[in-house]
Design a protein around this ligand. Structure first.
Ligand SMILES: NC(=O)c1ccc[n+]([C@@H]2O[C@H](COP(=O)([O-])OP(=O)(O)OC[C@H]3O[C@@H](n4cnc5c(N)ncnc54)[C@H](O)[C@@H]3O)[C@@H](O)[C@H]2O)c1
Length: 322
């Protein structure tokens, strides 16, 4: 089995590379080191890491082979990037995806798997949200939506480019995947960093204060990275083809419940204060995961356990780096 993973140095990509390396697959890993951490996959068995910018079609063609599966994950992720570099987000999302599709067609790849996002739903009317609800860009002038726009158009490119070809496709929409080394911009690393800074200022603090954006009643559904990788692998080798599949956990939790789990995990008291929600940030998010259930996928880690594992990892990380 010979596979290509783009965005291989990222949070999801590096975990996928490790998983397939252990399974003795031949893995070609593309990344241009924009955001990820290539140390995580350097020197792994059966893995060849190549510096390829997915917006450069000649470089992609130069290093391409007749792959069984292409996992196209490369993207400019991270909310601050959406606000600060929306044009770049769109360039990498659209030109990168177009390039990978064209070369995959030239080489007659067997299966093309594209990483979309739960962001394509924005504020969905139906919760849990299935894959057939409408996709939405509520305000084209808000740069935040550069990312979801790139994913919606990316999905459209995939669906329409592989019609009448020998390449099957799958599109997956991840919903808040968490775990060690997930970066520093997501809600959990963010909260833990604030707690750790407060502890640094006052070691005997008995009440920590966290300011949250919104009322605390906003919801998210978290899935642990190990479960995510198992789900994606199971999906990739299932009979499903030419479909769009949510990957995540359908248990929805409120941000104030998330804080409670973190406070119990770290054995500290946390009081939260509220500020205005970020414009464009969805109020509720929870995927319908019936398609995953149909292929008999079950998560091994509960939402609470997933949050505990992630919170502990980040707490130790920040404490050690003092
Ligand atoms: N992590 C999540 O919860 C989540 C949720 C929804 C969607 N996704 C999607 O899943 C995919 C992987 O996400 P992630 O969390 O691992 O993101 P990440 O930012 O950790 O990884 C993305 C990787 O792509 C690389 N990259 C960026 N621009 C590139 C370019 N021009 N050429 C080559 N490589 C480039 C980066 O260097 C990075 O290593 C992305 O497409 C993301 O949009 C992730």
């Amino acid at each position: 089995m010979k596979i290509l993973i783009t965005g291989a140095g990222g949070f999801i990509g590096s975990n996928l590379v490790k998983f397939f390396s252990k399974k003795n697959f031949d893995v070609i890993a593309f990344d241009n080191n924009t955001r990820g951490n290539l140390k995580r996959i350097r020197g792994l068995k059966n893995v060849k890491l190549i510096n390829v910018d997915v917006t450069n079609i000649n470089l992609i063609r130069k290093h391409f082979e007749k792959f069984d599966i292409v996992f196209h994950l490369a993207a400019l992720n991270g909310t601050s990037n959406f606000y600060n570099f929306p044009e770049k987000v769109l360039n990498i999302g659209l030109i990168g995806t177009h390039n990978l599709i064209q070369i995959s067609k030239e080489f007659q790849v067997k299966k093309f798997i594209f990483a979309s996002s739960s962001e394509v739903y924005h504020n969905p009317k139906i919760i849990p949200t299935d894959e057939y609800v409408e996709l939405k860009i509520p305000n084209i002038f808000n740069p935040r939506f550069s990312y979801s726009l790139s994913k919606i158009v990316g999905e459209g490119l995939v669906v329409n480019s592989f019609r009448n070809t020998n390449t099957d496709f799958l599109i997956f929409r991840p919903h808040n995947i968490i775990g060690p080394e997930m970066g520093f911009e997501h809600v959990i690393p963010n909260i833990i960093q604030k707690l750790s800074l407060q502890k640094q200022k006052n070691n005997n603090l008995n009440k920590f204060i966290i300011e949250i954006q919104g009322s605390g009643n906003e919801t998210r559904s978290f899935m642990y990275i190990d479960d995510f990788v198992r789900a994606l692998s199971k999906l990739s080798f299932s009979k499903l083809k030419n479909e769009i599949v949510n990957i995540g956990n359908d248990k929805e939790i409120k941000i104030k419940e998330l804080l409670k789990i973190i406070s119990n995990t770290l054995k500290i008291n946390i009081k939260f204060t509220k500020t205005d929600p970020v414009l464009g940030s969805p109020k509720r998010r929870s995927p319908n995961v019936n398609k995953l259930k149909k292929i008999n996928f079950n998560s091994r880690n509960s939402v609470t356990k997933s949050i505990q594992l992630t919170a502990k990892w980040y707490w130790n990380f920040y404490e050690k780096s003092k």
